[in-house]
Design a protein around this ligand. Structure first.
Ligand SMILES: *Cc1c(COP(=O)(O)O)cnc(C)c1O
Length: 397
């Protein structure tokens, strides 16, 4: 009988004991609002911001309600206006174009390469169309950041990095989120730290940081932020920056702090699993792996491969055969978006021209989450199943 995988693709690990204990302390004292502090207390949210600033080497950090809110706040702080064009990836997740739409701006999509990164030639060709790039490191693939920054600096484009899948990753030693003016991270359950919902925003720019704090809904309590600029900077923005509430609370911050302290260990565990999957899939006829550049230190919390130029029917057969053996694959090439597999032509509130070169890549992308509840043996088993089923379908086509 053929092997079958029986684990869950959506089950996360428990919150670390230290996080549970800290959360209970917040519940017991009832001070969940970030500005509700007893005498002398810094508060979990302010401490989280301080620690994440240190971890990323950023001057300033703000914790907010979601990754999508973090990106929208960055766009607002930079001064993106209704009707403005904002460059972004054709291959990303719905909250990315959604954050652009939330400020009334207009996404202009940039193509995707077979390496699953933003197409830098396409970016260079479109550089005169917008003053801001919301760059998504989708599925943790980091493009040549040196060349990207050269293009953007040359064209006067401000870069906001969407690091939902690159928290803990880096390019040539520079943490992801630290090349652009802003780095935005998500703490949603399926990302690298889990508070259910949540987001973090980092920057070195004091005016952008002060505006972000005001935007997030700090009232006039900004002095309670420990990773924000001084009061003299807030004097310049506090009367002219609207409050669009999206703060993080102390409960979620309490859960997150021990997870951030553990991040490097978790990254090691993800990458061990990723490499086992990669090794098991290498050399499968008809299947293209995404080779990871040496300059990229990534977090293997998901894995992608390409079934390039396969028919839709054949890809669907692979998906069905793997599903029958307990392996849940997602395909970005389906006619209809399913779960998170939407792409630029699914976001029909945007008037986007077809992108044939990207369409070929998108039609080939097969994606799989790698939760840390998978054991290394699970990963080897999953790779054997995918290899066998891809092989079986490929032989018959
Ligand atoms: C999850 C995610 C976000 C942010 O999502 P939120 O649910 O708003 O925290 C942004 N970009 C990508 C690529 C994502 O996967």
């Amino acid at each position: 009988m053929s092997e079958r995988f029986t684990g869950s693709f959506t089950q996360q690990e428990p919150i670390p004991e230290a996080g549970i204990a800290a959360a209970l302390r917040v519940l017991q004292n009832g001070r969940l609002h970030r500005y509700n502090l007893a005498g002398g207390e810094a508060g979990e949210t302010a401490l989280l911001e301080q620690e994440f600033a240190v971890q990323t080497g950023a001057k300033f950090c703000l914790a907010v309600a979601s990754g999508g809110y973090a990106m929208a706040t960055a766009l607002r702080a930079i001064g993106v206006r209704p009707g403005d064009a904002v460059l972004t990836n054709a291959f990303t997740l719905a909250p990315v174009p959604g954050s652009i739409a939330s400020v009334g701006a207009r996404p202009v999509f940039v193509g995707v390469t077979e390496g699953l990164t933003i197409d830098l030639d396409d970016l260079a060709a479109k550089a005169d169309q917008a003053g801001v790039l919301l760059l998504s490191h989708m599925r943790g693939h980091i493009c040549d950041m040196d060349r990207l920054m050269e293009i953007c600096n040359g064209a006067g484009i401000k870069v906001i990095e969407d690091c939902a899948h690159t928290m803990g990753a880096s390019w040539r030693g520079v943490p992801s989120g630290r090349h652009g003016v802003f780095g935005a991270y998500s703490c949603q359950t399926y990302k690298h730290v889990n508070s259910g919902e949540g987001g973090l925003l980092v920057t070195d720019d004091e005016i952008l940081a002060a505006r972000s704090v005001m935007l997030s809904g700090s009232y006039m309590l900004y002095e309670r932020h420990l990773a924000a600029p001084g009061p003299e900077v807030f004097e310049r923005v506090k009367y002219v920056t609207p409050n669009i509430s999206g703060r993080m609370d102390n409960l979620r911050a309490a859960i997150l702090r021990p997870q951030l302290a553990d991040l490097a260990t978790q990254v090691g565990r993800w990458n061990q699993r990723y490499r086992l999957l990669e090794e098991g899939l290498r050399g499968t006829p008809g299947l293209t792996l995404i080779e990871r550049p040496e300059s990229e230190a990534f977090v293997g919390s998901s894995i992608q491969f390409l079934l390039l130029d396969w028919s839709a029917e054949a890809v669907q057969q692979v998906m069905q055969r793997c599903a029958a053996r307990g392996v849940e694959l997602k395909w970005f090439g389906g006619a209809e978006p399913v779960g998170f597999t939407s792409r630029y032509d699914s976001w029909r509130y945007v008037d986007a021209p077809r992108m044939p070169v990207s369409d070929r890549v998108l039609a080939a992308i097969v994606d799989m989450r790698v939760p840390l509840t998978f054991s290394p043996a699970d990963c080897a088993l999953i790779a054997r199943i995918i290899r066998a089923e891809v092989g079986a379908v490929f032989q018959n086509t």
